[in-house]
Design a protein around this ligand. Sequence first.
Ligand code: VG1
Ligand code: CO
Length: 542
Amino acid sequence: DAFHTIPTTPYEDQKPGTSGLRKRVTDFKQPHYLENFVQSIFDTVRDFRGGKILLGGDGRYFNDEAVQIILRMSSANGVSEVILGKNAILSTPAASHLIRKYHLNGGLVLSASHNPAGQNGDFGVKLNLETGGPAPTSVTDAIFARSQTLSHYRIADGNIDTSRIGTQNLGDMRVTVVDPVEDFAEFMEELFDFSAIKALIESGFSIAFDAMSAVTGPYATEIFGNRLGVSHDQLYNTRPLPDFGGAHPDPNPVHANALFDRMFGPNPPDFGAASDGDGDRYIALGPHFYVSPSDCLAVIAANAHLAPGYKDGIKGIARSMPTGRAADNVAAHLNIPIYETPTGWKYFGNLMDAGRITICGEESASTSSDHIREKDGLWGVLMWLNIIAAKGESVEAIVRAHWRQFGRHYYTRHDYEEVDKASAESIIATLHGQLETLTGRSLQGETIEVADSFTYTDPVDGTVTKNQGLRVFFESGSRLVMRLSGTGTKGATLRIYLERYVGPEGDHDIDLAEATAGLAMIADTLTDLKQTLNRDAPSVIS
Ligand code: VG1
Ligand code: CO
């Protein structure tokens, strides 16, 4: 036979979370672990057989080995062609773009995103379908169900030289290695005014872009360096490393501290940005000024028409529920719909496919549009540069003018990472148990209006998704949200999202920690979380 059928037994823990199956490398290296999950995908997504798929990853440790295994299994499962990123590397947004561009049946992106990599780090497998977007929960649930009954997987022999552009064969399957960077850069040139951005850079506007030793480095070098004239010494950590240099490739004030030091230190550049492991997140800063990702979504939605790809305006906006509500005011002003979805990009897909929204984003450092079906870190950075070039104003001036028009949503997220799972669950249960009795209660000068557990009904296909986070709304307009992360691999991560609104005429200069301190205390009073978790402070505040 051209392939082997290998007997195997199920693993009980192959249920994908917010964004694919994410586990420790040591879990993925258990016998048949990766193979079981991949076979479960082939058994579930039937059109991969005889179809064309995309494959690549963020280049982290185990990427190369996993890619060869998946190629051999693709051949044995009857895939007709695999489009493979050069050296098996693809950013998540580039993967989404290529699936759409080549009309593929879908693809596998190997990444654990912002989680650390290396032998003791994390690995992940994300599945995207023919729209280019992450598979919906109905599909990932079916894959998990299949993994629980799996008894065999199929695998062929052979190897592919992933560095050789062009077509090779593995059994009857074609493997075409492409250079995704060029393609992606050209695509960005269609959406943004590169000549205006280039003129801005030539006028002396300085930037600092930190690729965090992850996947965006080569894209940033081509786009910012070669095409926009940014000097290469303004681009940091652009060589992708299998362990991301030992760091967390997560663009937040803790893990992107080198960028924050630069932007808050003496003589900062005019604009700072960083992206994450797989290139779908970004942050934006001006000199001594950090733009909260929820504000990024709002400012971009309000100004997208300044970029050529969006010159006719936007159709609608979506944000995940815990994301700050600054964009809601923009939608009201533009008289377009705003949708509130559960956490994770997979919920935006239907809205984009149905033409209901153009722009969407999350508080976890991402904004993107319907140009693809993933979030896109470099798109966000280019959008900011385009807006700055078009307006001729600084990041801070743009954001402050936005607040004066729409009011300011002081917004912060507190993460308690790698805490005891049972304790984290008990905190959620404690708040859940009080939801119905909270109305009217006053704490820290705030009175609770109503509290609930977020349920999403997809307006396109009617799918109902329950238990997507606990929300406490206050009469003042403030909001407190709590939920457990679905991307961690050790213990549990409790996320607390705090938001306080001050109108256009109000004070926009309160220290963020101070502005949200009362809400943080309310979260603690309601759930006794610090005592229960035995922590005095969050692990990360973003
Ligand atoms: C986190 C973020 C969420 C994001 C997800 C995947 O999920 O909060 O907004 O969509 O990561 O991002 P969770 O369940 O841990 O809160 V990425 O950059 O990992 O693909
Ligand atoms: Co990511």
